[in-house]
Design a protein around this ligand. Structure first.
Ligand code: BGC
Length: 764
């Protein structure tokens, strides 16, 4: 059978310089929206006076509310547009949640929209929403400015669609690399995850849309998520999963924190005195409100007294039963007032009362450009043997294989799904993988065209060359191998669909794709693999291919970004925010806890999670405790497939001249681009605490992303927050710095840290 060539190119079109990537935030988005001052409040509504602070204004308004009005604010109205046939009240904007406002007091409705990687459910009202790269992808950029841009795209489009609250902001740690929701989360490391998701939420809120951080807490796998009991000692919890939330919440001061479905050390997360009242509200001083995940409320009095402020999506516990409990004195009126205060003050503080959303047309072009920019800095170059990448003008015959690359790029499922342009009427179907029309094949063809005509790479004389690009779907191994054999270079796309409501039983690529890569690599030694995965996967073919690119779930600019990176139009690679294990046996939990044929899908809403077999199993996170991700690998002396913080570039970087500021408040060092191209480097700073801490592993304490021209050097200073050098003392119920010797290390990967020094620090 002969190969079908989809493009033959010999035309001259525009040539350009190889870019260095993009590291700045969009200027139009970088400043928070200003609320115009309003004199004195409107008529008989003195709380509308913007000169007063949000807490004062909220209290003034609450004094006017009846008991029924207060109750109305602390629950949703049911499943609404999420469930066919459910009641949809007037004013409901078609999102996952709705809380009726109080027009007589000038308090608007709350319209909440899922928006993990872009606004969900847009198709219901024939709206458009930008699909961003996965959060995990964005976090691979290690660039807080891009995280802010990411959130600002979401905020901008929520606002344009008439929503005033985001319920995205997932920051659960990646303890379980097979977790179906890892694409909505940021990292296995609390400092990286907290920083990136905090910035994301700031970006959302900069549009006067209320932000959210979720799922609080230890919702680190989907299997049995509605019922399982996550067990973890307090110190480890504080230094891992809670720390990620603490960092993000401190940074963004989001309106909402969504408590999760699971139990934490016995109590459900939405009625957990320790995590809600003691930690979130008292220890961290969180001023916003706690809303339950959808049907994660399990009681009235217990939940109200433990710190839950809003039930979603309905009123089973916080409707009539809460009113009764207040009237009976089981829940003090002051506690109800506190719930209402938290909600109203957040609405005022975030600007949704004074500057409500104005509907407009979402700008799909701006969204796509932003998505592409983020993806270009988020892909990770894992292998580049013999400099197979970037592709050159001499690579004239290219076989593109698999992954529906002729059509587009894959996206994640569940409530983090965005509806694709041209997608199914009514929106995406839960459980079906959705591809977005950003075809890598199309843009590889464009880049090849450009390269052929510009002779950017060393083809003697440059000039015009004929390029042939073929496409094979990869469904028939023999045909795929044949296509590969006829090309100079084979680029194989492989995908791993992930979704809320399920975990992967293994780290292997699904659908026989490992065999596909092996067949292609056998037929052509110049094989490059592009991964579009929700998280880490194993690569039994790693030694047989020359190039490996992790593109995550790439978003609507994915095709363009992947092609630009493959051709070296950008050199802005990211680094892994999560360890890629060599196999399941290396993990603290070689199998996903509780994952059987019966429980596999029980994380989904609906009947399945009520099944008996789903109940009451324990996920024992004390197995790894504080040693999440790379810390576990270091302590167990296991070599992963690719370590945390790892990633290559089209150039190389050297590190020198480490200097530590007094009291380790910062470190500074020199980074030099020692290669022949401009590019971005992500410098990572790790600390190992004194032996008395009992933590024999390095932890990330800071990072910086720098752009350097070929040959250029820059002195980089990375501040270290004092908190990041502390341990959590359960005795003091507080963080403390232990006296002793601290090791500080700097470099480009957790497993390659050329700079190292020791400092003595006093107790703090
Ligand atoms: C998810 C949440 C989501 C909610 C509303 C739940 O199933 O866990 O992340 O915000 O549904 O759609």
């Amino acid at each position: 059978m002969s190969v079908r060539w989809v493009a033959k190119i010999s035309l001259a079109i525009g040539c350009g310089l190889v870019g260095m990537g993009w590291t700045g935030a969009a200027s139009a988005q970088s400043e928070a929206k200003q609320i115009p001052p309003q004199a004195g409040g409107k008529g008989n509504m003195p709380w509308m006076n913007t000169a007063l602070d949000a807490d004062t204004r909220a209290d003034m308004m609450i004094r006017q509310m009846t008991l029924d009005e207060k109750i109305q604010l602390v629950h949703g109205i049911g499943w609404g547009p999420l469930r066919p046939g459910a009641y949809v009240p007037p004013g409901d904007n078609g999102g996952a949640g709705f809380v009726a406002g109080i027009p007589r007091l000038g308090l608007p409705n709350l319209n909440l929209a899922d928006s993990a990687v872009g606004v969900r459910m847009a198709a219901l009202d024939s709206r458009y929403a930008t699909l961003l790269p996965s959060v995990l992808g964005m976090a691979s950029s290690w660039n807080p400015k891009l995280a802010f841009l990411y959130g600002s795209v979401i905020g901008r489009e929520l606002r344009a669609q008439g929503f005033n609250m985001s319920i995205g902001g997932g920051v659960d740690l990646i303890r379980e690399p097979r977790n179906g929701r890892n694409f909505e989360y940021a990292s296995e490391d609390p400092v990286l995850a907290g920083t990136m998701v905090g910035k994301l939420a700031m970006g959302v809120q900069s549009n006067h849309v209320m932000g959210d951080i979720k799922h609080y807490v230890l919702n680190d796998q989907e299997t049995g998520r509605n019922t399982y009991n996550a067990v973890l000692n307090r110190r480890a919890m504080q230094e891992t999963d809670l720390l990620a939330f603490q960092i993000a919440i401190r940074m963004a001061q989001p309106a909402g924190v969504m408590c999760s479905y699971n139990r934490v050390n016995g109590d459900f997360a939405c009625e957990n005195q320790y995590t809600l009242n003691d930690v979130l509200k008292k220890q961290w001083g969180f001023k916003g409100f706690v809303l339950s995940d959808w049907e994660a409320t399990h009681s009235t009095v217990k939940a109200a007294l433990a710190g839950l402020d809003m039930e979603q999506p309905g009123d089973q516990y916080f409707g009539a039963p809460l009113k009764q409990a207040v009237q009976d004195g089981q829940v003090p009126l002051a506690r109800l007032d506190d719930m209402v205060h938290r909600i109203v003050r957040s609405m005022i503080a975030d600007g949704v009362v004074d500057d409500p959303p104005v509907r407009s047309v979402v700008n799909p072009f701006q969204g796509r450009n932003d998505a592409q920019k983020i993806e270009e800095s988020s892909m990770v170059l894992l292998k580049n043997q013999d400099g197979i990448l970037p592709l050159r003008a001499g690579d004239r015959k290219i076989a593109v294989i698999g992954g529906k690359a002729d059509f587009g790029v894959i996206s994640g499922g569940g409530s983090g799904q965005v509806d694709a342009p041209g997608g199914r009427p009514g929106g995406s179907q839960w459980g079906d993988p959705v591809y977005f029309p950003s075809s890598p094949l199309r843009y590889i063809t464009q880049q090849a065209e450009r390269q052929a005509n510009c002779g950017v790479d060393a083809v003697a004389g440059g000039g015009v060359h004929a390029v042939k690009i073929s496409f094979d779907p990869g469904t028939n191994l023999a045909q795929a191998a044949q296509a590969a054999a006829q090309a100079n270079v084979a680029v194989v796309f492989v995908t791993q669909w992930m979704s809320e409501g399920m975990d992967r039983p293994s780290l292997s690529l699904p659908d026989n794709q490992d065999a596909l890569v092996e067949a292609v690599a056998k037929a052509n030694p110049n094989t490059v693999v592009v991964l579009e995965t929700g998280g880490p996967v194993t690569m039994p073919w790693r030694d047989q291919v020359k190039g490996i690119v992790e593109a995550w779930f790439p978003g609507i600019g994915g095709g363009q970004a992947i092609a630009a990176a493959l051709y070296g139009r950008v050199n802005a690679w990211g680094k892994l925010p999560v360890t890629f294990p060599a196999g399941e046996a290396q993990l603290p939990h070689p199998q996903v806890t509780g994952l059987t044929s019966k429980t596999g899908n029980n994380g989904m809403n609906g009947g399945a999670h009520h099944a008996k077999e789903a109940r009451n199993f324990t996920v024992d996170y004390n197995v790894e405790g504080m040693e999440v991700g790379y810390k576990w690998f270091q302590v167990k002396q296991e070599t992963p497939l690719y370590p945390f913080g790892y990633g290559l570039s089209y150039t190389r970087f050297g590190y020198s001249a480490l200097d530590v500021a007094p009291d380790a408040q910062s470190v500074s060092f020199e980074v030099t681009n020692t290669g022949a191209r401009g590019g971005d480097e992500i410098a990572e700073v790790y600390a190992t605490l004194p032996a008395s801490s009992g933590e024999p592993f390095r932890r990330l304490v800071g990072f910086a992303r720098v752009s350097l021209k070929a040959g250029a050097s820059q002195r980089v200073t990375v501040p270290i927050r004092p908190l990041y050098l502390k341990i959590f003392s359960t005795k003091k119920n507080d963080w403390e710095r232990l006296p002793g010797e601290y090791i500080l290390e700097v470099g480009g990967s957790s497993a390659d840290l050329p700079l190292r020094t020791k400092v003595q620090l006093a107790a703090q």
